[in-house]
Design a binder for this molecule. Structure first.
Ligand code: NCD
Length: 304
């Protein structure tokens, strides 16, 4: 695929070769991300950042990525500080920021927003999360983490656990994993199962999926346990959230004697006990760091 000026809305915008190419460039970006080398390949370029929903890692790693490559960023971390509070509509805001910038990153609570915005601005638009929809750059860094730790993605046994209904990270990741030769388990409370539409698409791609609500059932055939937060903000009914929250807690006792590694897009609430953090199992901080080199690779490819 020709990356230059492309919009990145869904992980399905890529094929396996595209993903492998981005991950290869991300390897070269790592020393720059770690400040062991410097680069100014995006000198003079501006990244517009429109965050209508809270973010820590995604926003700051995009900023770090842009700045490590000599570029700069403009934008807001909270719509409350923008003219949205004066009643300005999304369309006007993104048109303007698109005109100011060489690419735009947007996060919004409504599914489909990034696609809508991409049709309106001339510069590349990157989806940093649209409601329960997609989060393609998170998936790229998830895959990069797997590759860095195991040296491969094919032949791995991967269990996605937690909120598979509302979690956009697992929606994107599931589609990406379908491009590889992997075993996939979905572990969730019954109420938070992976949406049927995604299960159907995965079936069509020939992926075999095993669904359960009991992590113990699949732990001994898991290389990677990808844990997610229950997405409180997406629940139509707060009582329903209260009933389900705390459904899983992964602690070091559960993992003892296994070779499982634990990933998580973060933020975590209580689904991974802090006693996992500094063990051989916990890889989520390393994973969060990889957001920088992976986003550097993507920005280099997209921005002219
Ligand atoms: C995730 C998100 O925003 O979808 N966070 C992230 O980008 N690392 C996960 C979450 O909020 O639970």
């Amino acid at each position: 695929m020709a990356f230059n000026q492309k919009d990145i809305i869904s992980i399905r915008d890529f094929d396996k070769k595209d993903i492998e190419y981005i991950l290869k460039i991300a390897v070269k970006m790592e020393p720059i991300a770690r400040s062991k080398q410097s680069s100014d390949i995006l000198f003079g370029k501006l990244l517009g950042m429109l965050f209508y929903e809270p973010s820590t890692r995604t926003r700051l790693s995009f900023e770090a990525a842009m700045k490590r490559l000599g570029g700069s960023t403009v934008g807001f971390a909270e719509a409350g500080t923008s003219s949205a509070t004066k009643g300005e509509n999304l369309t006007d805001t993104v048109r303007i920021v698109g005109d100011y910038s060489d690419a735009v990153v947007i996060r919004h609570n409504k599914e489909g927003t990034a696609r809508f915005v991409a049709d309106m601005v001339d510069v590349p638009v990157i989806n940093a999360g649209d409601g329960a929809g997609q989060h393609p750059t998170q998936t790229l860094l998830d895959l990069f983490t797997m590759k860095r730790i195991f040296g491969k993605i094919d032949d791995l046994h991967i269990s996605l656990l937690g909120d598979l209904k509302y979690g956009r990270t697992v929606h994107s990741l599931a589609y990406a994993l379908a491009m590889f030769n992997v075993d996939v388990n979905f572990v969730s409370p019954r109420e938070l199962k992976m949406p049927n539409e995604i299960l159907h698409d995965l079936g069509k791609s020939g992926v075999e999926v095993y669904e359960t609500d009991d992590i113990k059932e699949v732990l001994n055939k898991t290389d990677i346990l990808y844990v997610t937060r229950i997405q409180k903000e997406r629940f139509p009914d707060p009582q329903e959230y209260s009933r389900i929250k705390g459904a899983y807690t992964i602690d070091s006792k559960l993992l003892e004697g296994t070779d499982v590694i634990v990933m998580h897009p973060l933020p975590r609430v209580d689904e991974i006990s802090h006693d996992v953090d500094n063990t051989k199992y916990g890889k989520y901080f390393e994973q969060a760091f990889y957001g920088v080199p992976v986003r550097m690779a993507l920005l280099k490819l997209l921005i002219r």
